[in-house]
Design a protein around this ligand. Structure first.
Ligand code: DX5
Ligand code: ZN
Length: 217
C-alpha cells in the first residue's frame, strides 16, 4: 500500500481547518506542505505561521517541502512550527550534508528533493543519511502541472540504488500525480504519492485518497 500525502497547496485556503479535518478522516498517512520563497522557485506560497496553525488541526505526519534558498537558516523555525520531516532541495544546498545533519539533530526526518534535470546519482553520497528522497515529477513552484514522463525512469534508477545497497529510504514523487499514473509510479518504485489537485479538486477527496493508497507493488 502506498503512503498518500495530500498537498495542502491545492486546498481551499479559506477553509483550511475543514480541509485538514477531511485529511484527518481519510486514509492519507502524511500531509504535504509546500513552502516557496519566490527565489528558488518563481512563486510564493505559505510559511511558518500557517504551518503552526495547520499543525494544530492535523493528526497526520507533516512533511514540509522547502522550495527556498539557504533553508538552513529557517529549519529550526519549521521544527518549532511542528514539522515531522523537512525536505530541502539538492539544487538549493551547497552544504547539503550539513543541512541533513541539522534536520536530524533537531529530531525530524531528513529528506532531499531533486528537480527534473538533476540525475538521481547525484544523491549517491547522501542517500544513506536520508529518510526519504523526493523526486520532482514537475518543475517545482506550481500545483496542477503536467507530469513529466521521464520521471518514471528516475524512480526506477533510484529504486535500484536503494535496493542494491539495502537501504531503508522511501521514494516520494511530487507533481502531476493522478489516479491514472499512480500505479505506474508505484510499479517503478515509489512509496509516497504527493497529490494536490488530484485530491482537493476531486468530487470525493477521501475516495480519491483511497484509490491512490491501494496502488501497491
Ligand atoms: C509543486 C509542489 C507540489 C504541488 C503538487 O512545486 O511541490 O507539492 O502541490 O501539486 P499537484 O499534485 O496538483 O501537481
Ligand atoms: Zn511539494
Amino acid at each position: 500500500m502506498s503512503i498518500v500525502a495530500p498537498s495542502l497547496l491545492a486546498a481551499n485556503f479559506l477553509k483550511l481547518e475543514d480541509e485538514c479535518k477531511m485529511v484527518n478522516a481519510s486514509e492519507a498517512a502524511w500531509l504535504h506542505l509546500d513552502v516557496m520563497d519566490g527565489q528558488f522557485v518563481p512563486n510564493i506560497s505559505f510559511g511558518i505561521p500557517v504551518i503552526e496553525h495547520v499543525r494544530k488541526a492535523t493528526t497526520k505526519f507533516c512533511d514540509v517541502h522547502l522550495m527556498i534558498e539557504t533553508p538552513g537558516n529557517l529549519v529550526p523555525a519549521f521544527k518549532k512550527a511542528g514539522a515531522d520531516s523537512i525536505i530541502v532541495h539538492y539544487e538549493a544546498c551547497p552544504n547539503l550534508h550539513r543541512n541533513v545533519q541539522q534536520i536530524k539533530e533537531l529530531g525530524m526526518k531528513p529528506a532531499v528533493a531533486i528537480n527534473p534535470h538533476t540525475p538521481v546519482f547525484m544523491l549517491d553520497d547522501i542517500l544513506a543519511d536520508l529518510h526519504h528522497v523526493l523526486i520532482m515529477t514537475v518543475n517545482p513552484g506550481f500545483g496542477g502541472q503536467k507530469f513529466i514522463p521521464h520521471s518514471l525512469k528516475k524512480v526506477e534508477r533510484l529504486r535500484k540504488m536503494i535496493d542494491e545497497r539495502k537501504l531503508d529510504v522511501l521514494i516520494e514523487v511530487d507533481g502531476g500525480v493522478t489516479i491514472e499514473n499512480a500505479q505506474s509510479l508505484v510499479n517503478a518504485g515509489a512509496d509516497v504519492l504527493v497529490a494536490g489537485n488530484t485530491v482537493f479538486s476531486s468530487a470525493d477527496p477521501k475516495e480519491t485518497i483511497k484509490k491512490l493508497k491501494v496502488c501497491s507493488r
